[in-house]
Design a protein around this ligand. Sequence first.
Ligand SMILES: Nc1ncnc2c1ncn2[C@@H]1O[C@H](COP(=O)(O)OP(=O)(O)OP(=O)(O)O)[C@@H](O)[C@H]1O
Length: 307
Amino acid sequence: MIDAPPLVLEGLGKRFGAVQAVEDLSFTVAPGRVTGFLGPNGSGKTTTLRMLLGLTRPTTGRALVGDSAYADLAVPGAVVGAALEPGFHPGRTALGHLEAYAPQVGAHRARCREVLVMVGLDESADRRVGGFSLGMRQRLGLATALLADPPVLVLDEPANGLDPEGIKWLRGLLRHFAAEGRTVLVSSHVLGEVQHTVDDVVVIAHGRLVHASTLEGLAELAEARTYVESADPEGLAAALASAGWDAEPSGPQGRGLVVSGVPAAQVGALAHAAGLELHQLTSQGTDLEDVFFHLVEQAGTRQEVVA
Ligand SMILES: Nc1ncnc2c1ncn2[C@@H]1O[C@H](COP(=O)(O)OP(=O)(O)OP(=O)(O)O)[C@@H](O)[C@H]1O
């Protein structure tokens, strides 16, 4: 098992002129788990990751890898493998790019081929990066992050440009890294893209933290919805109303009802107690994307700074 450090953000903030890009952001990214860093476009994800990687100087607070700042690590790139916006020299081949970067993180030449195989680019090793698709560049960015076999991975929108098969492959890779004990932080502006990958979620909007919990913790914020159909629709409606539950007509010819905020088991128990025959009782599940939108919407607007 790899002994990976956590990532710790303490009151982190960044102001660009009149724009407060990130404000008083505190959260911890635990080792052995995949953490999704979520927020809509322009919410401050990249700025936060850049501060974490010592590329942007914070206006307030600090970001730590274990107990030191990224820049104070002996070989930062060997501890934190990072893939931000992929910017490669277009004239270099994929292998050439990795071979040029490897000495900076103390990786051997042989490792370059190895990581190309890991990301599925071995057959394109000698092709120039200028002709790569977005998905291929994402894969090369990931290969670069993996060069030093780092205990921590920080990836900015790694699923961007990947096809569904690529997203599934990325999911397997990230889950594997977390299972080895590594610390994995991935940003995304779409929860659905990382929903099946992450253990923990951190949601930001307008540069501020709006939610941090396990994925289950986020799901608990979602309202349960139950579809129910009875042989006696009026009796069912009356029973639901007497329990004080909201129900809306739904289904074919409005024969069924959707009960909001009540799990299927409770609706079933009520019907049973009222002696009602049910033809259908289905949990409509929780829509996490809705919870995400709701959290972001509630966050209001970015604080304007009067310079
Ligand atoms: N160098 C900069 N100078 C001025 N403003 C900046 C700079 N970098 C970022 N910003 C602003 O800070 C805010 C946050 O941007 P950031 O790129 O961190 O968001 P993001 O969540 O990564 O967005 P996206 O999902 O679109 O990549 C935006 O309003 C952006 O315009």
